[in-house]
Design a protein around this ligand. Structure first.
Ligand code: ATP
Ligand code: MG
Length: 418
């Protein structure tokens, strides 16, 4: 027998038993995005490798070790997108969506990172993302955070997630802080974990979110980013906090929150849960005022976030918040030879007259007993037995309900409203 070919490690099939949960989640995301007047954008999954190198940053985890990069047949270096923001900005620049305009956009789709697969961390995963362009005030930062807060409400997990906020301030302020932090950490270099030692030169801010307890202990006395905030960034951050306060959104200030990507400035935030183990960040984002220009466009302020769909689905499942999927309403079967030919047309008539019903037509010519057994197994609430001149409607779940004979399909009423 031929050997089975298996899916690539870390790339999951989403099976029919799971797609209802995904469809539910996607439906809520689309609906809420529309409520806030965000429009969908769809970008290709493959882009030039340079796009990600220039935006995400050469010395980030993603670009250093997580990208799926290969040469295509023309010898061009291509990369399966590890995130959506860079592609969104590329598309916005390319099609003139950003210059001198306001755009509220959302996207949803697969992303690819070569990481060690584990619960909540995969090599193909899905993100729902929001990107808002052309608005520099803290009101738009507040808006996208309120949008996420509404999502948690809708999903019934508002109590399971915590909002963490920080400001990375201006590029100048951050540069000054970087120097101070580097100088401090140099003096304690021996106590740092290996990754952090390496990052001292390349990406010192990332040392702040090191998982090593020794490094974290050293960081307790490190200079604080907020001591380096510039006045405008401070005012911007205060403006955001005031708006969140007014809207009743709780948050905690996390001075160590720096995010893994180079392009962020000012506001950064994460929604974190303790219910998913180590992979606790469900949604992460921030402001990236420099990125549009860095990718060749005119300077345009921007802010956005990306939500990990797998983590969200896992959290909803763990909390029992996925609504039960709808069952089949009607199983249609012929029970006479003449009806055998007519049954597909009967099913069509029902689907036309009552589009809200889920109708399955029996396939194959077994005896009635076998057909009824299949009807039962299908999970349908009712079976419709098509006869030569009339129909018999049987309730499959409540045997005590007597079957009824219908002379016309217009008498069919299952009490299911659309
Ligand atoms: P992490 O610290 O967990 O690696 P990250 O900072 O690399 O996350 P982002 O680039 O900010 O993640 O992506 C936004 C969100 O996408 C994350 O908060 C998470 O929910 C989700 N995500 C990121 N990487 C993965 C992955 N490999 N598998 C599943 N979800 C992921
Ligand atoms: Mg990561």
């Amino acid at each position: 027998m031929a050997k089975n070919i298996q899916a690539i490690r870390g790339m999951n099939d989403i099976l029919p038993s799971d797609t209802p949960a995904w469809q539910y989640v996607e439906g809520v995301l689309r609906r809420v995005a529309a409520q806030y007047s965000y429009q969908e954008i769809r970008m290709p999954v493959l882009e030039s490798t340079d796009l990600f190198k220039r935006s995400i940053g050469e010395v980030t985890d993603i670009v250093e070790k997580e990208m799926y990069t290969f040469d295509d047949r023309n010898g061009d270096s291509l990369t399966l997108r590890p995130e959506g923001t860079a592609s969104c900005v590329r598309a916005g620049n390319e099609h003139g969506l950003l210059y001198n305009q306001i755009q509220r956009l959302w996207y949803l789709g697969p992303m690819f990172r070569h990481e060690r697969p584990q619960k909540g961390r995969y090599r193909q995963f899905h993100q729902f993302g929001i990107e808002a362009f052309g608005m520099e005030g803290p009101d738009i930062d507040a808006e996208i955070i309120l949008l996420t807060a509404r999502l948690w409400q809708e999903f019934g997990i508002a109590e399971q997630v915590e909002l963490q906020l920080n400001s990375l301030a201006s590029n100048e302020a951050r540069a000054a802080y970087r120097e101070a932090l580097r100088e401090f950490l140099r003096a304690h270099e021996d106590g740092l974990d290996e990754d952090s030692k390496r990052r001292l030169d390349t990406n010192v801010l990332r040392v702040l979110d090191s998982k090593s307890p020794e490094t974290q202990a050293i960081l307790a006395d490190a200079p604080k980013l907020s001591d380096y905030w510039d006045d405008e960034s401070r005012a911007h951050f205060d403006g955001l906090c005031q708006r969140l306060d007014a809207a009743g959104i709780r948050y905690v200030l996390n001075e160590r929150l720096v995010r893994g990507l180079d392009y962020y400035n000012r506001t950064v935030f994460e929604w974190v849960t303790t219910e998913l183990g180590a992979q606790g960040t469900v949604c992460a984002g921030g402001r990236y005022d420099g990125l549009v220009e860095q990718l060749g466009g005119k300077a345009t302020p921007a802010v956005g976030f990306a939500m990990g769909m797998e983590r969200l689905v896992l959290l909803l499942e763990a909390q029992g918040k996925i609504p039960p999927s709808p069952t089949l309403d009607l199983y249609v079967m012929a029970v006479t030879p003449a009806a055998e030919l007519n049954a597909p047309a009967v099913a069509e008539q029902i689907r036309t007259a009552q589009p809200q019903l889920r109708v399955q037509l029996h396939s194959g010519s077994q005896n009635i007993k076998k057909k009824l057994a299949r009807a039962d197994k299908s999970g349908a609430t009712y079976a419709l037995l098509v006869r030569d001149t009339d129909f018999e409607l049987k309730h499959l779940r409540q045997r005590e309900i007597e079957p009824v004979v219908l002379t016309s399909l217009s008498d069919l009423n299952l009490g299911v409203n659309g």
